[in-house]
Design a binder for this molecule. Structure first.
Ligand code: SF4
Length: 336
């Protein structure tokens, strides 16, 4: 008889939006397996907002940065769950959970295969432990009908016609910066494809002037709704291995991911995403220990004094070809 639980706590305090997206298949599989159970998610802002209307999640609890262990203790004390699934081990969080004696899975990073995507790996470990069943389903975010309408209206104001291509240049870390945004934007302009640029900074980057229309700063759910609308218009989202691109994929948008220091086989998105890998043979890449890569924290690439060689290796023409395959936009390089 498989295990069923009435009160499930999922803890994701790794700190990134992308990390939260990668645990969603497990959250939803736990909800399907335990119908009627209370399912809490403890995570950071701003990702917590993304789960606000998720029908599978009965409560989202926000942990303050720097106080993660205290937040875990508070949730365990507030109401004792009968199952805890936790992506996070630092600061004694895993030991704290294990000490409480309920069923728990606290080592979702055990023996990670280099070629298995993280989200699938989480799900597969839970399946191996008998905690989820059925087929793996990719990350999915829930938006209300009103949010989807607002997203479509916002997109119409920015790009009234055509299949928009949304550029997400902000990389979060210097090692994930892609140096060819201007060239791609020029290709899109030549192709007549409406281009938008999303960023946390206002104004938009200089290279975007006259080439890509800035998306005004907005909250995360509204951005997710805009991405959903992009999909509704047959468009796509382009960006490095970052949270916003994962959010776009999780609301159904086609994405073209630019993978440099991270290995697409390990960090790539589910189909129909197209993941482009720069310098796949780089000997310094450590797919299962990325934070120990020589280049990770300060973007010092042993292969190039000019910056991450893997990111530079992904040419704008390759991205244009991926967009062409994904959504039919036909770009042409400058010298074509
Ligand atoms: S060493 Fe250079 S080329 Fe290799 S993964 Fe790091 S940044 Fe990319």
């Amino acid at each position: 008889m498989p295990d069923r639980f009435r009160d499930v706590l999922v803890v994701d305090l790794l700190g990134g939006l992308g990390d939260l997206c990668m645990v969603l298949p497990s959250v939803h599989a736990l909800a399907r397996r335990n119908p009627g159970a209370a399912l809490r998610v403890l995570t950071h802002a701003p990702g917590d907002a993304l789960l606000r209307t998720d029908p599978a999640v009965s409560e989202v609890v926000r942990a303050a940065k720097g106080h993660e262990r205290a937040a875990v203790v508070a949730e365990l004390d507030r109401r004792r769950p009968d199952l805890v699934v936790c992506t996070t081990r630092y600061d004694g969080i895993a030991e704290e959970i294990e000490s409480r004696g309920m069923r728990s899975v606290t080592d979702l990073w055990r023996r990670p295969p280099a070629d298995e995507p993280v989200a699938r790996r989480y799900w597969r470990i839970l399946a191996a432990e008998g905690l989820v069943d059925g087929a793996y389903r990719p990350p999915a975010l829930h938006l209300t009908a009103a949010e989807r309408r607002a997203g479509a209206a916002a997109l119409h104001r920015l790009a009234p016609t055509g299949a928009p291509v949304v550029l997400v240049p902000e990389a979060g870390m210097a090692v994930k910066r892609w140096p060819h945004w201007r060239a791609l934007a020029e290709e899109l302009a030549r192709a007549g494809a409406p281009a938008l640029v999303v960023g946390e900074r206002d104004p938009a980057p200089e290279w975007a002037a006259g080439l890509a229309r800035p998306v005004p700063p907005t909250d995360l759910r509204s951005l997710a709704a805009l991405f959903a609308a992009v999909d509704g218009r047959g468009g796509a989202v382009v960006g490095p291995d970052t949270g916003p691109v994962r959010v776009a994929a999780a609301v159904g948008a086609r994405t073209v991911g630019l993978f440099g220091p991270t290995l697409a086989a390990r960090y790539g998105l589910d189909a129909p995403a197209v993941d482009l890998q720069g310098l796949p043979g780089c000997p310094h890449r450590r797919p299962t220990a990325i934070t120990e890569q020589v280049c990770w924290w300060e973007a010092r690439c042993p292969l190039s004094p000019e910056g991450p060689a893997c990111m530079a290796d992904i040419g704008p023409d390759a991205v244009g070809a991926a967009l062409s395959a994904a959504i039919g936009v036909t770009t042409s390089p400058a010298d074509a």
